[in-house]
Design a protein around this ligand. Structure first.
Ligand SMILES: C[S@@+](CC[C@H](N)C(=O)[O-])C[C@H]1O[C@@H](n2cnc3c(N)ncnc32)[C@H](O)[C@@H]1O
Length: 238
C-alpha cells in the first residue's frame, strides 16, 4: 500500500477550497443535486454494500446517504472534512480528511477532479486504493461550464479517456448532458490491465457523441429562433 494516506493528494488551492466552502455554506441542500444523473449512469443497484466503498470528494454529505443501506461501509472523504462536519452535523457517514490505509471495492469520484490543481496526483493515489477486482466510477463536467475559481481544470472530451487510462482501464464511458448546454464525461474503470481497449477507441467514441450533441444543439437553437421569429411576425399590428 502507498505510504501517502492523506486526501491532500490533488492539491486543491486554498482559494479554490475557500470558494468551494462558500458555495456549500450558501446552499448546503444541494448535496444530492446531481444524484438523479449519477443514478441514471452508474449501476447503483449492483453495489455490494458489504464491501468497502470510498466516496472521494464527497462534499458536505455523501450521495450514499440517499441510497446506502444501514450495513453499508462508506468512507466519505473530502479535503474540507472538518468544515463540512460542522456545516451539516446530521449524517450517517461523517466526512474524513484522510484516506484510510486500505483498498476499496468501489471508489466514486463524482464532480470533483476539476476542483483541484493536480488531478493526476489524486488519480495515482486512488489507483493504489482500488481493490484488484474493484471498480472506480467517475463523473466530471467538460469545457468548464462553471466559474474558474472553484474549477481550475477545464477538461475537453479528447483529454479525459487518456487521463483515466494512465492509471486505470476503462470498461465503459460516455457523455452526459444534464442540461442542454452541458457536457459531462462519465466512466467506469477497473485497475490497470495489460489488455485494454485502445484509448483512441474511447476518445473517438466520445468525439462522435460530442459532435452529435453539438449538431443537435445548433439545430435546436436555429429552430427556436425560427419559431420565435414566426410568433413575433404574427403578433405585428396590421
Ligand atoms: C462539487 S463538490 C462534489 C460533491 C459531490 N461529490 C457531488 O457530486 O455532489 C467537489 C468536492 O471535491 C473536494 N475536493 C477537491 N479536491 C479534493 C481532493 N484532492 N481530495 C478530496 N476532495 C477534494 C472539494 O472540497 C469539494 O467538496
Amino acid at each position: 500500500m502507498e505510504k501517502r494516506v492523506s486526501s491532500i493528494a490533488g492539491s486543491p488551492s486554498p482559494k479554490t477550497q475557500l470558494d468551494e466552502l462558500s458555495f456549500w455554506q450558501y446552499s448546503p441542500e444541494s448535496w444530492n443535486l446531481h444524484m438523479p444523473r449519477y443514478r441514471l449512469l452508474f449501476p447503483f443497484r449492483s453495489i455490494d454494500y458489504n464491501a468497502e466503498i470510498l466516496d472521494i470528494g464527497s462534499g458536505p454529505r455523501s450521495v450514499f446517504e440517499e441510497v446506502a443501506p444501514a450495513v453499508a461501509k462508506i468512507t466519505a472523504c473530502d479535503t474540507l472534512a472538518e468544515q463540512y462536519n460542522q456545516l451539516l452535523k446530521v449524517k450517517r457517514f461523517p466526512i474524513v480528511a484522510k484516506v484510510p490505509k486500505k483498498r476499496f471495492a468501489l471508489i466514486t469520484m463524482f464532480n470533483m477532479i476539476d476542483h483541484m490543481d493536480d488531478p493526476e496526483e489524486l488519480l495515482a493515489q486512488m489507483s493504489e486504493h482500488l481493490d484488484d477486482n474493484g471498480r472506480l466510477w467517475l463523473y466530471v463536467d467538460l469545457d468548464r461550464p462553471w466559474d474558474k475559481s472553484k474549477h481550475p481544470q477545464c477538461f475537453r472530451f479528447w483529454q479525459v479517456a487518456p487521463l483515466m487510462q494512465q492509471f486505470f482501464t476503462i470498461t465503459a464511458c460516455g457523455l452526459d448532458s444534464e442540461a442542454p448546454n452541458l457536457n459531462a464525461f462519465w466512466c467506469i474503470c477497473k485497475p490497470k490491465a495489460n489488455r485494454e481497449m485502445p484509448t483512441l477507441w474511447w476518445s473517438t467514441k466520445l468525439g462522435v457523441i460530442y459532435g452529435r450533441n453539438f449538431i443537435r444543439r445548433v439545430y435546436l437553437a436555429i429552430m427556436r429562433r425560427l419559431v420565435f421569429a414566426r410568433t413575433n411576425a404574427t403578433r405585428l399590428p396590421r
